[in-house]
Structures are given as structure tokens and as C-alpha cells.
Design a protein around this ligand. Structure first.
Ligand SMILES: [Zn+2]
Length: 235
């Protein structure tokens, strides 16, 4: 099915819109979404193709608070979902509407420019869910055979990766993009470039069989080696 890939038993990657992925985990605990895409209409019909109604979604985990990851929650709630919403503790004030999105690393010209330009359309929409709660690095969640919560700051202060240990799968959010080639998150989209670089090697240390990313194709061949190469090339 177009825009829908089964990464592991019970774990689907879903292209919410072109170039923006989220993940659907189904098990005895119900339906967990990791990220939700932009505040656009793509998510609910695509969940429907998996036989999932909005009200079936019991939990949303966020890799980070950017609107192309957290923006789909509001539409789910309007359609009848009442999920718990969990995000890294350093991104939590943004999701709760208590803080603006973080500015980009000002050490590059692109970051300085990006900080002066208001984000377009749904990328500028605030994400406000006052009941969201914090995930902490090292947390273990019982879904999809067990998820380890891994600190991967840099793209945002509280960015997290989710290590689905039973499947050898890491959901890496925006630590890297794989749109044309495998690259670190673009500098102008990074809160801080240096810790994002460390986060790449942290994922490499997990040696996953598969690395799924929000923007671009999943990496399935020699993940650790390729990440170490990207880290060396961009050091
Ligand atoms: Zn992002």
C-alpha cells in the first residue's frame, strides 16, 4: 500500500504527507502513535487503511515538539481520540503551550536566517496540549515488545529516539534526514548542532537493524556503520 510500510510485526511507518512519516504500533495495549505529522488531513484516512479509527488511538509518543510531528494530534482529538501525549521533558513546555519553539543554532548563516523568517503555514501553527506529560531518557515502555527511550538532543532540546528492542528498530525522528542521501538534520533546523552530532553516534551505538526517520526512507543496511560514516563526514 502506498505510503504504508510494515517495518516489523505490528509496527507500520505511515507517510502522513509527502516527506513526513509517523509510526503506528499495535499490540495488546492498543494503538500507539509515534509522531502524528502536520496539522493536515492525511493522518486519519491513512490510519483508516490500517483499520484504525481515531478513537482507537490510546497513546501518542513524540520524538519532539515540532509542528510536523505534533501537529496531527489536534485533528485526532477533534475526531474522537482521547490519547495520552508524551514527549521529552525538555520539549514538554512547547507542547503544553508554555514556550515557543526553540530557535535554531545561530552559529551558521542558515540558522541565523531561519531565526528571522516566520515559518510558513502549518509549520508555524502552535502545538498546545496542556495535559501532555514528560518522557525521560532511560524510561522503558511496555509497547511493541518493549521500548527504550533514548535521549537524542540537538535537533530540539528534548528530542528522543525510541528503541524497539524486540525488533532491532530505532525510530530516530529528525536526528538524521534520508531524503536524497543520509545526512544529519539540516543545520538551520537544529536547536544545537553539536549535541545532534553526538546523538547520531548514540544511535549507532545501539546497532539497530533498522533506523526509521521522519523525513525519508528507513535505513536497513549496516545502520551503525553508515551513521558512523555520516558522523565522520560531518565532524
Ligand atoms: Zn523537527
Amino acid at each position: 500500500m502506498r505510503g504504508l510500510i510494515e517495518l516489523a510485526d505490528g509496527v507500520h511507518q505511515l507517510a502522513v504527507t509527502a516527506g513526513v512519516n509517523c509510526w503506528v504500533l499495535r499490540d495488546e495495549h492498543g494503538v500507539t502513535l509515534i509522531d502524528t505529522g502536520l496539522a493536515r488531513k492525511g493522518l486519519i484516512p491513512k490510519l483508516g487503511r490500517l483499520g484504525i479509527a481515531p478513537g482507537d488511538v490510546t497513546r501518542v509518543l513524540l520524538t519532539h515538539a515540532h509542528p510536523d510531528h505534533a501537529g496531527g494530534i489536534a485533528g485526532l482529538i477533534r475526531a474522537g481520540a482521547d490519547p495520552t501525549i508524551e514527549v521529552g521533558e525538555d520539549d514538554l513546555p512547547i507542547v503544553r503551550g508554555e514556550q515557543d519553539q526553540p530557535t535554531s543554532d545561530a552559529s551558521t548563516w542558515s540558522g541565523r536566517l531561519f531565526n528571522r523568517v516566520p515559518p510558513p503555514g502549518p509549520f508555524g501553527a502552535p502545538v498546545v496540549h496542556p495535559n501532555a506529560t514528560a518522557l525521560r531518557p532511560g524510561d522503558h515502555l511496555p509497547f511493541a515488545g518493549g521500548i527504550e527511550v533514548v535521549a537524542t538532543p540537538g535537533h530540539t532540546p528534548g528530542h528522543l529516539a525510541f528503541h524497539l528492542t524486540a525488533h532491532g528498530l530505532v525510530i530516530g525522528g529528525d536526528v538524521l534526514f534520508n531524503l536524497f542521501s543520509l545526512r544529519p538534520s539540516p543545520a538551520f533546523l537544529c536547536w544545537r548542532i553539536a549535541p545532534n552530532h553526538t546523538s547520531m553516534t548514540r544511535i549507532a551505538d545501539l546497532a539497530p537493524r533498522t533506523l526509521a526517520l521522519a523525513h525519508g526512507r528507513a535505513v536497513t543496511d549496516d545502520v551503525a556503520g553508515r551513521l558512523r560514516q555520516v558522523a565522520a563526514d560531518t565532524a
